[in-house]
Design a binder for this molecule. Structure first.
Ligand code: EPU
Length: 429
């Protein structure tokens, strides 16, 4: 297994190109199941999760062609992916594949909508919490599907097709909103989704669906109104920049100090993160090419935040902010309200000398003057990258094991950081 070694202490100066958003690219790839025509996605990040979903979709019979950059595009502009689901060859998503990546469960809605049946493995638990799918199933039942659980699989049928419905989610869920939206676009009649997640990635998927011929109102809001259509066509769509990758590199620069341009980043998707970084004493400016992050000498100030659905502070930046606050001049508090077990990074940050105390869903982070490098490992993607942030400021060498977590969501992390002066290398395992 690969390892990443960081010798901390270097300030970051330069430009980091932000890739296409993992959490938009995955559902955008999945909606290709809804149409026999070709969906062409550009700015697709080169990530392990994208490759895995490619395999899953190919298993359903989707023809996928990946091309590199177009003439005139720079090397960091992502892949161009053509997906054509002329016919669905298989409506089963097997356990061996779904258990490796939860988002693949989201094929349930489109398969049901297009084929009237689907057999999708339950995803199982994961490191950050139990993550049930009850709201996904509720939405499919409302749309007229019959559902049973058989041998660890969700078996769903809608013999006479799906029909529009009024769906109200008790809790905001990104995945359940994607599922309901993807199914409702081909259902007969009108659907209202209330308490929908308004994350930018859902807006991106909805906009692409509209280009394919779907009728959706209320995009980017918490109430989506969909009028079902009988078929969808193809289109071309560019994946939005990754707001979590942006927030992560912003915190890297905030941690080390320096001056970094996050090229192509969209500040409108990061309001809460930017506010918190400014409170911490970091200069954040939206500029034409992206977002500029600067910290020159000023101490980091402690902050108090709670994670919550968009537009509030994202759970996917929680671990990274915690790493940043380990060196603030005072005590910060971070409350995690989305996932019950998303503090796996606390013990690992402690190995670098961080002083963090957990009280239920709240972490109290007492800033320390110095972190010291150590071998660490993490159990999920965002936790792993929080260790990179801490390692960039720690004295001596930090070795991050289980790098495959990082590769699921960060494209060429060591190259992007090295280009700005960090001492980060990868050792192949
Ligand atoms: N939930 C239920 N029932 C459901 C669905 C969700 O109780 O049927 C609960 C979850 O257990 C959780 C809360 O609702 O407590 C919110 O979960 P959500 O469904 O929004 O999460 P998700 O769709 O499984 C996506 C992202 C996650 C991100 C969350 C929250 C993708 C591929 N995944 O997951 O991203 O943390 O939304 O914003 O978009 C990551 O990229 O590292 C990652 C984990």
């Amino acid at each position: 297994m690969d390892r990443i070694m960081i010798r901390g202490g270097n300030r970051l100066n330069g430009t980091i190109p932000i890739s296409g958003a993992k959490n938009a690219a995955l559902p955008l790839m999945i909606i290709s199941l809804l149409s026999p025509a070709t969906l062409t996605l550009s700015n697709v990040p080169r990530l392990a999760d994208v490759r895995l979903l490619q395999r899953i979709l190919q298993n359903h019979g989707i023809d996928i062609m990946v091309a590199g950059k177009r003439l005139g595009q720079d090397g960091m502009s992502g892949d161009i992916m053509h997906l054509t689901a002329r016919q669905i060859a298989d409506t089963t998503a097997p356990y061996e594949l779904v258990s490796k990546m939860r988002a693949s469960f989201w094929v349930l809605g489109p398969l049901l909508a297009r084929c009237g049946e689907a057999r999708v493995s339950l995803p199982g638990g994961c490191a950050i919490g139990t993550r049930p799918v009850d709201m996904h199933l509720m939405a499919m039942e409302k749309l007229g599907a019959e559902i049973e659980i058989d041998g660890g699989y969700v078996v769903a049928r809608a013999r006479t097709g799906l029909r529009g419905a009024h769906i109200r989610f008790e809790k905001v869920s990104v995945g359940a909103t994607h599922a309901a939206l993807m199914a409702a676009v081909l259902a007969r009649g009108d659907t209202i989704i209330e308490n929908a997640a308004a994350e930018p990635e859902i807006g991106d998927v909805a906009e692409c669906l509209v280009k394919m011929g779907a009728r959706i109102e209320g995009i980017h809001s918490s109430v989506l109104r969909i009028s079902g259509v009988t078929s969808l066509g193809g289109t071309e769509h560019s994946v939005i920049p990754d707001r979590i990758e942006t927030g992560t590199y912003a915190m890297c620069a905030g941690m080390t100090g320096g001056d970094v341009l996050l090229k192509n980043a969209n500040a409108a998707h990061l309001g809460a993160v930017i506010d918190v970084m400014r409170q911490a004493g970091i200069d954040v400016d939206a500029v034409n090419e992206g977002i500029r992050i600067r910290r020159n000498g000023a101490a980091l100030r402690p902050v108090k935040i709670e994670t919550a659905p968009f537009p509030a502070f994202p759970t996917d930046c929680q671990a990274q902010l915690m790493a940043l606050m380990t060196m603030a001049s005072g005590t910060s508090t971070i409350r995690e309200t989305i996932f019950e077990n998303r503090f796996m990074h606390v013990q690992e940050l402690a190995r670098l000398g961080a002083d963090i105390h957990l009280h239920g869903d709240t972490a109290e982070i007492r800033g320390v003057r110095k972190l010291t490098g150590a071998p660490v490992m993490a159990t999920d993607l965002r936790a792993s990258v929080s260790l990179v942030i801490a390692g960039l400021a720690a004295a001596g060498e930090t070795v991050i094991n289980r790098v495959y977590h990082l590769d699921r969501g960060f494209e060429t992390l060591e190259e992007k950081l090295s280009a700005c002066g960090a001492d980060v290398t990868r050792q192949a395992g």
